[in-house]
Design a binder for this molecule. Structure first.
Ligand SMILES: Cc1cc2nc3c(=O)[nH]c(=O)nc-3n(C[C@H](O)[C@H](O)[C@H](O)COP(=O)(O)OP(=O)(O)OC[C@H]3O[C@@H](n4cnc5c(N)ncnc54)[C@H](O)[C@@H]3O)c2cc1C
Ligand code: FES
Length: 280
């Protein structure tokens, strides 16, 4: 369906919270260590997990992009960046070191690496920046230039700026309040970069964030003939293809025909060429 790399087999990991710390006034990073005596599980850029710290109430796990992962003393660990928006994430917010978590993953597909030369432009809005730490690391390992365009309401909500810079990305910021970087929307930075470098200077655009931002990024890139993909954060109940809560409209680039796809299976990463220009 798209250039993005397909999903691989998931497993239900039991973990213990190592830390759960605020990284901004309204965002936290929870890191857990696997307790299962299984080979360590490492995640690829773009994959997500279905997290819970409860068994019955609430019923559903919550989808989170994998922020980072690794192995320490033979044990795998992973982390995610989250906001406390509702019931599940408020429970996650109450967890302390040593508390139990479950994480079903890896789920979903992965970002595709650029097929041509040029800068990789990463466009991130709010907590949509989460999948881009691993992606930046992978691109830099491959010798790619990465420019992250980070958008937020104000400077305090520009999550992970320094962490992305430590991974080797250059970061440009846009804030609606204008207290750091360009005043306005992050999509203005995207237009500036494509116009300054020319479409042939851009290897690929990667986007994740609020849906209006994704629509704008998609429209800008398509209008200028730049390839890319978006990570869609739909409501997901199961996360592995059985409930159909996550369907979105996808276009087959070969035929132009639109059909419904489950974004937990065929996404969350979707090629721009497979996203309809109107609604999806
Ligand atoms: C692939 C993906 C990656 C994401 N990554 C991140 C991330 O890195 N950081 C972050 O902060 N947020 C992320 N989100 C969004 C995050 O999952 C939601 O903010 C979170 O689920 C909210 O949970 P809540 O309990 O706080 O909110 P609530 O509003 O209480 O619950 C919303 C969640 O409940 C479930 N749900 C409730 N009712 C229904 C229903 N009728 N049908 C289907 N599902 C229902 C869904 O899991 C839904 O996401 C991601 C979402 C997706 C799809
Ligand atoms: S979340 Fe259940 S099918 Fe996608």
């Amino acid at each position: 369906m798209s250039a993005s790399v397909l999903a691989r087999a998931a497993r239900d990991v039991r973990g213990l919270v190592v830390s759960n710390e605020a990284v901004a006034p309204d965002a936290w990073v929870l890191r857990y260590e696997e307790t299962d005596p299984l080979p360590p599980l490492l995640y690829e850029p773009g994959e997500f997990i279905q997290v819970s710290a409860w068994s019955v109430d609430p019923l559903l796990r919550r989808p989170m992009s994998v922020l980072d992962c690794g192995v320490r003393d033979g044990r795998a660990w992973a982390s995610f960046l989250y906001q406390r928006t509702g019931r599940g994430t408020k429970i996650l917010g109450s967890l302390r070191a040593g508390d139990r978590v479950r994480a079903l993953g890896p789920l979903g597909n992965r970002f595709a690496l650029p097929a041509r030369d040029g800068v990789s432009l990463v466009v991130a809005g709010g907590v949509g920046v989460a999948p881009f730490l691993l992606l930046t690391r992978r691109l830099v390992e491959k010798g790619r230039e990465v420019l992250v365009l980070l958008g937020a309401r104000d400077a305090a909500r520009l999550y992970l700026k320094e962490a992305l810079e430590r991974e080797g990305a250059r970061v440009r910021c846009a804030t609606e309040k204008g207290d750091l970087g360009e005043k306005g929307l992050v999509t203005r930075l995207l237009e500036q970069e494509i116009d300054a470098r020319g479409p042939r200077g851009i290897a690929r655009v990667y986007a994740c964030g609020p849906e209006p931002m994704l629509r704008a990024v998609h429209a800008i890139a398509r209008a200028r003939g730049v390839e890319g993909e978006a990570s869609l954060e739909r409501r997901m109940a199961c996360g592995f293809g059985v409930c159909f809560t996550c369907v979105c409209k996808i276009v087959d680039p070969a035929t132009g025909q639109a059909h419904n796809e489950r974004t937990c299976l065929e996404g969350p990463v979707v090629d721009f060429a497979a996203l309809p220009l109107e609604s999806w």
